[in-house]
Design a protein around this ligand. Structure first.
Ligand SMILES: Cc1cc2nc3c(=O)[nH]c(=O)nc-3n(C[C@H](O)[C@H](O)[C@H](O)COP(=O)(O)O)c2cc1C
Length: 170
């Protein structure tokens, strides 16, 4: 008998109820929309380091995303590591406004990608591989350039945005 026959499928509500206990950082994946010249982007909590040598990073994108096809077309894109205090940037880029960058301060990087002011780090990337991830696509990206400032990260946990608090176990 196959494993699929004896294990019931995990329902989305159960999946969400468990995964909400795992906190993530918040990253803005951005590029310049080739159709309008304006920056476009979306928020991911799935961004993570993958490989030191070669320098690779990874994140996953819902197949329903309308921003990712625009970013994907531009080949090069930026990952902006959001800082505590950039909650408005997160909300704007996770929304569906026509111009998500209307109230966001940003500048062009050497690669022409948008770098959001006040971010903790900026990573310019190019897509290396796209893998099937069910209702998401898993992106593996090659790092072209990266830099960071000091500061506290924006954290997503249990459906809420907040800061990082250090605690020491006795
Ligand atoms: C904290 C947070 C984390 C998110 N993580 C992801 C993610 O990892 N992958 C994803 O596809 N969408 C993620 N989203 C949702 C997208 O940012 C949101 O659906 C986005 O606005 C998609 O819109 P689009 O149609 O412009 O692509 C996240 C949203 C928030 C607020």
């Amino acid at each position: 008998m196959s494993l699929a026959a004896v294990t019931p499928a995990i329902q989305p509500d159960q999946y969400r109820a468990v995964m909400r206990h795992f906190p993530t950082g918040v990253a803005a994946i951005c590029s310049a929309d080739q159709a309008t010249g304006r920056p476009c982007g979306l928020i991911v909590g799935t961004f993570q380091a993958l490989s030191l040598d070669p320098a690779l990073v990874t994140f996953s994108i819902a197949r329903t995303s309308t921003s990712w096809p625009k970013i994907r077309r531009t080949v090069m894109f930026s990952v902006n590591l959001l800082a505590d205090g950039q909650q408005p940037v997160c909300r704007a880029l996770a929304g569906k406004a026509e111009d998500k960058f209307a109230a966001i301060e940003w500048k062009h990087s050497a690669y022409g990608t948008p770098h959001i002011a006040g971010s903790l780090g900026w990573i310019d990337c190019t897509i290396q591989q796209e893998l099937d991830g069910g209702d998401h696509v898993l992106i593996i990206a090659k790092v072209l350039e990266m830099a960071a400032d000091d500061g506290d990260p924006l954290v997503f946990h249990g459906g809420r945005l907040g800061g990082f608090r250090e605690s020491t176990a006795a």
